[in-house]
Design a protein around this ligand. Structure first.
Ligand code: DLL
Length: 435
């Protein structure tokens, strides 16, 4: 049976949701216009007044906010309330200037944690669960967000943070963790370590995982589910919108429900800014509806995805977003071809390779080069040199078929590619270093 954290809102009718959004949007726009000079200037420049925004239908009139604006306004320029009312910051790990610093009032934190609680309950969590949070704690939003959500649900919370993988497994076994929260790449690493320590999924009590903060494919989901003996759920969010929990997967696992009582989502054409009809693939844009300290109107996420309002068997009514298919700014253009790292990952996993890979792009004699380093499993490694060369050729052909350009594939020894305890770095674009 499907469980909900806040059923009255998660399963509200479309009319109810729209009424909530209309009312909150008008108030949020007034709040921003009054308190955030930076955005007031953008509205004035566009000739839009708060009175022009009467409902969600008027949203398109508002100017966009971009990462460049966040940089310009760093650190306090987008603050929506007195600093005295703020109780916390969280931040991305970007270098100075590119860093996003988000501010929270106590109310902002409560709402954020409620969103995370909805995700945990959707993954089957209750006060009978032991929730091991292995996202990083500190400035990164992953640890604090899921930690807060886990408290709200009433789970016994293990604030492990990331790293120290053998200890993670010891705690998991000794305290009988049932839910694991971490990045999918770290979940894969934990699965691998479990095996290395001589355990099988039967030796742990995990039943579900809540994984996000980076792109991961369906193939990777199946790998993780097998290695840990769990059902793996996706969760999405970004520091700018509080953190994880903007959207989350339910039992249907056909997209992530966006918490529409707190955010309005739009899909736009990343090149023209035009709002696209439902079902189109484009850039996801969020408008916060009740944030006090760090309200954002029409914030361009750079994440590319599709929205769907198809009825969900789980009973939730909030719109669903697909897994982000990449970021408009993470897309690689190699020899003129658009390449998303996730396309390469899909091929690797389909062909029976591990998620431990590295993509290197460079330029030689004015031509882009693409090298894909893929780790062999110990079983594959025993092959002869000739067999490995043949495998490299076959894998290169499979990737060529997917991308339309030919990579050079290097199959490397087990455990030679660095594992990630947080967000995996899988692309090295050396062209940026010489250009
Ligand atoms: O990654 C927040 C988060 C923490 C989400 C824990 C989920 C779990 P940032 O560090 O600001 O915040 O990075 C945000 O990460 O714009 C996406 O490009 C990417 N991202 C986040 N979740 C997913 C996901 C956190 N489920 C950026 N799938 C976003 C794919 C994701 N990409």
């Amino acid at each position: 049976m499907e469980n909900y954290y806040q059923p009255e809102i998660e399963c509200a009718s479309r009319e109810q949701i729209l009424a909530i959004q209309n009312e909150k949007l008008v108030a949020q726009v007034k709040h921003v216009y009054k308190n955030v000079k930076y955005y007031r200037d953008l509205m004035d420049k566009k000739g839009v007044k708060p009175e022009d925004i009467k409902s969600v239908d008027d949203l398109y009139k508002l100017p966009f906010l971009t990462k460049a604006d966040l940089r310009d306004a760093y650190p306090y320029g987008l603050l929506g309330c007195d600093l005295k009312k703020c109780v916390r910051i969280q931040s991305t790990s970007g270098t100075t200037g590119r860093r996003v610093v988000a501010f929270y009032t106590q109310k902002d934190i409560d709402i954020w944690e409620e969103c995370c609680a909805r995700a945990i309950v959707a993954a089957g969590g209750s006060n009978e669960d032991v929730c091991q949070v292995a996202y990083g704690y500190g400035l990164f939003t992953g640890g604090p967000g899921l930690n807060g959500g886990s408290h709200k649900v009433g789970c016994l919370t293990l604030p492990m943070s990331s790293g120290n993988t053998e200890r993670q497994i010891q705690f998991m076994r000794d305290l009988h963790s049932t839910i694991l929260c971490c990045t999918p790449s770290y979940a894969a690493y934990i699965g691998e370590t479990l095996k290395d320590m001589g355990y099988t999924p039967d030796d742990i009590d995990l039943k579900a995982g809540i994984f996000g903060a980076e792109p991961w494919t369906e193939e990777m989901r199946r790998d993780i589910e097998k290695s840990l003996g769990i059902k793996a759920y996706d969760i999405y969010g970004l520091t700018e919108t509080s953190g994880p929990g903007v959207s989350f997967e339910c039992s249907a696992q056909t997209g992530m429900h966006i918490n529409e009582d707190h955010f309005i989502a739009e899909i736009i054409d990343p090149d023209t800014g035009e709002v696209l009809p439902e079902g189109s693939k484009g850039e996801l844009v969020f408008t916060s509806l009740d944030k006090e300290a760090f309200p954002l109107l029409r914030y361009r996420t750079r994440d590319i995805c599709v929205l769907s309002r198809e009825k969900c068997p789980c009973g939730r009514t909030h719109v669903k977003m697909s897994k982000p298919m990449g970021r408009s700014d993470d897309m690689l253009i190699i020899r003129g071809v658009n390449v998303f790292p996730s396309q390469i990952e899909t091929v690797l996993l389909k062909e029976g390779y591990s998620v431990n890979y590295m993509i290197e792009v460079d330029r030689a004699h004015n031509t882009d080069t693409l090298d894909v380093y893929v780790e062999l499993t110990p079983e594959q490694f025993s092959d002869t040199v000739k067999a490995v060369a043949q495998k490299e050729k076959e894998l290169a052909a499979a990737i060529t078929q997917m991308l339309g350009i030919r990579p050079v594939v290097h199959l490397v020894a087990p455990k030679t590619i660095t594992r990630s305890e947080g967000k995996a770095v899988r692309v090295i674009d050396k062209r940026k270093l010489h250009d």
